[in-house]
Design a protein around this ligand. Structure first.
Ligand SMILES: C[S@@+](CC[C@H](N)C(=O)[O-])C[C@H]1O[C@@H](n2cnc3c(N)ncnc32)[C@H](O)[C@@H]1O
Length: 211
């Protein structure tokens, strides 16, 4: 993919995240205190990129130090990577520059509850390790016709091993596929059991070419 579009990255503008935003504080502390990131791409990112999506950019929501963003960029795609933690974005940006991919990845520091992606703009919208029902609809709207939506998050069942996990961070039965309108075909939705960390659900769907 060498014929990259010259226009500015879609959705690069974002309102400043308040310094005392609880998610920002919590995740910055985790990334500052944690082990060095592996930058290993999430299996769902690998699967989605191998489908493959049509030509066009990738949106990685709640990206963290995302190996998926790096993989997509290494395949010549432009990536918009959004996270509330500037520490995570810093780690991702540093690794992208080290790999010579810095130009392809636009880092967006934003609270996803306050940031909306532009509609019909991305060949792949990816989100792993995050669920907020308010974010899902606009994320699905951001998928180009023929493009892919890939999501993984904890299910409500995960609260059996992680009782502290708020219900609103967990997928209810059937979601997220059940929340998609008729414009999508679900390619796969499955539970990924994990008796130690909690069960997650993984979904891959394609927006119909005329959708
Ligand atoms: C479990 S990590 C997942 C990171 C990465 N997607 C992955 O699969 O490894 C959750 C990510 O969501 C981000 N996050 C949490 N709340 C957020 C919010 N309100 N807006 C944007 N990102 C948020 C965190 O900073 C963190 O990077």
């Amino acid at each position: 993919m060498n014929d990259l579009p010259p226009e500015p990255e879609p959705g690069a503008e974002a309102a400043p995240v308040p310094a005392d935003h609880p998610d920002r504080l919590r995740w910055n502390a985790k990334y500052e205190g944690g082990a060095a990131p592996s930058f290993r791409p999430h299996p769902l990112a690998v699967r989605a990129l191998s489908e493959p999506p049509p030509r066009g950019p990738v949106l990685d929501l709640a990206c963290g130090p995302s190996g998926g963003a790096l993989l997509a960029a290494s395949e010549g795609r432009r990536v918009t990577a959004v996270d509330v933690s500037e520490t995570a974005l810093g780690l991702l940006g540093e690794e992208a520059r080290r790999r010579g991919l810095g130009e392809l990845i636009t880092l967006v520091h934003a609270d996803l509850a306050a940031w909306t992606p532009p509609p019909r703009s991305f060949a792949l919208v990816l989100c792993t390790g995050f669920w907020d029902a308010r974010v899902f609809g606009p994320a699905a709207d951001a998928v180009l016709p023929g493009g892919l939506l890939a999501w993984e998050a904890f299910t409500l069942d995960a609260r059996r091993v992680r009782p502290g996990l708020p219900a609103e961070w967990c997928l209810p039965a059937g979601a997220p596929a059940s929340l998609l309108g008729g414009a999508f075909t679900v390619l796969d939705q499955r539970d990924v059991p994990d008796t130690r960390h909690g069960t997650k659900r993984r979904m891959l769907a394609r927006r119909d070419a005329g959708g």
